[in-house]
Design a protein around this ligand. Structure first.
Ligand SMILES: *Cc1c(COP(=O)(O)O)cnc(C)c1O
Length: 342
């Protein structure tokens, strides 16, 4: 039994997916589950999203796809096919998302079957150019989903509409069965951005990339740590590295089995908040690599071995930590028990 766990809320995950599905209008709603389901554990996430009705899953790499293959659900691999991926790609448990002319040539030469294709419409990250497509590069390729990716969907930027227009102009030019553009933030831009299939990630896991999602998206992941020690710190004494907190009066303190190596931001030193038995308990002193101290005068019942929940509301924690919500989520370390789905 690990002294550190992520309590994971099945209901919240499924509520978030259904919200994205509804906001996607007549388009189907898929799920980006790369980076181990944004840090929550991809297998647990995918099986629960499948139960809610999700049928299109996106990972970054073939190793991620292989780990999910036993679930037997439709998978797409966003990073395409390198030569060394071809064995996996031809095994048929996932579709490659072809990104470059080299990958298209490789797939054609191997007689690969259905695939997806990424077209760049202004982000200049992965994808074929619209010129490649217009020149017939994709002729004869069996395309399930033609996709592009929005660079600035979390802002009201003119680039959004430019990308949408460029993508819409590809309709009917490739034989693709479906078109897909919107990530979480793109879904909030409206149904014109949804095309046939949307690909939310962040919002499924409790992230709020745009104001439209406020009050709709629920928190999914709740980090909890066990109390390793409880002690009395005398008035004037200090706690932790560099003595960054001084007791203003005699204070009961609990030491928790979690630190910045687990993804709890060091920036929340003297700023984070924990909760146990309904009491709000402030983080005091520096966050260590593996440990956090909290003041527990408000929780006299709290003892060694008890579990404490750290506040991990993504929008607020991201601001306090000076990180994006994506970094906060995917930064959760490898030492959590990720099987505590409720
Ligand atoms: C990560 C990713 C998504 C999901 O993005 P969110 O902002 O997390 O919703 C969708 N499409 C592609 C191509 C991605 O790489």
């Amino acid at each position: 039994m690990l002294p550190l766990r992520l309590r994971l809320d099945t209901d919240a995950l499924q509520v978030n997916w259904r919200a994205c599905d509804r906001l996607s209008g007549s388009a189907a709603c898929g799920a980006a589950v790369k980076a181990d389901g944004y840090g929550l554990g991809a297998t647990g996430v995918v099986s629960r999203l499948a139960d809610a009705g999700c049928r299109d899953f996106f990972v970054a790499t073939w190793a991620e796809a292989r780990a999910l293959a036993p679930l037997g659900l439709p998978l797409s691999v966003l990073h395409g096919v390198r030569e060394e991926d071809m064995e996996d790609a031809l095994a048929g448990f996932a579709r490659p998302v072809l990104n470059t002319p080299t990958q298209v040539a490789r797939w054609k030469a191997a007689g690969g079957g259905a695939c997806d294709v990424m077209v760049d419409t202004g982000m200049n990250r992965l994808g074929l150019s619209t010129g490649d497509v217009a020149a017939g590069l994709l002729d004869g390729v069996d395309i399930d989903t033609l996709m592009s990716h929005l660079a600035s969907a979390d802002e009201d930027a003119p680039l959004n509409e430019r990308q949408r227009t460029a993508f819409a102009a590809l309709a009917g030019t490739t034989g693709a069965r479906r078109m897909s553009l919107a990530n979480s933030a793109g879904i909030a831009l409206g149904e014109r951005y949804a095309f046939d299939l949307t690909r939310p990630g962040l919002a499924l896991y409790g992230g709020v990339p745009r104001a439209e999602f406020e009050g709709i998206i629920r928190q999914v992941a709740f980090p909890e740590a066990q109390v390793l020690q409880r002690r009395l710190v005398r008035a004037g004494d200090t706690v932790g590295y560099n003595a960054a907190w001084t007791a203003p009066a005699d204070t009961q303190v609990a030491i928790l089995n979690m630190g910045y190596a687990d993804g709890y931001p060091r920036a929340l030193s003297n700023g984070g908040v924990a909760e146990a038995g309904g009491a709000t308990l402030p983080v005091i002193g520096r966050v260590s690599m593996d440990l956090i101290a909290i003041a527990v005068d408000a929780a006299p019942y709290l003892k060694e071995g008890d579990w404490v929940q750290l506040d991990f509301t993504l929008p607020a924690v991201a601001v306090a930590a000076g990180r994006s919500q994506y970094e906060v989520l995917t930064g959760l370390g490898t030492r959590f028990d990720r099987t505590a789905w409720g």
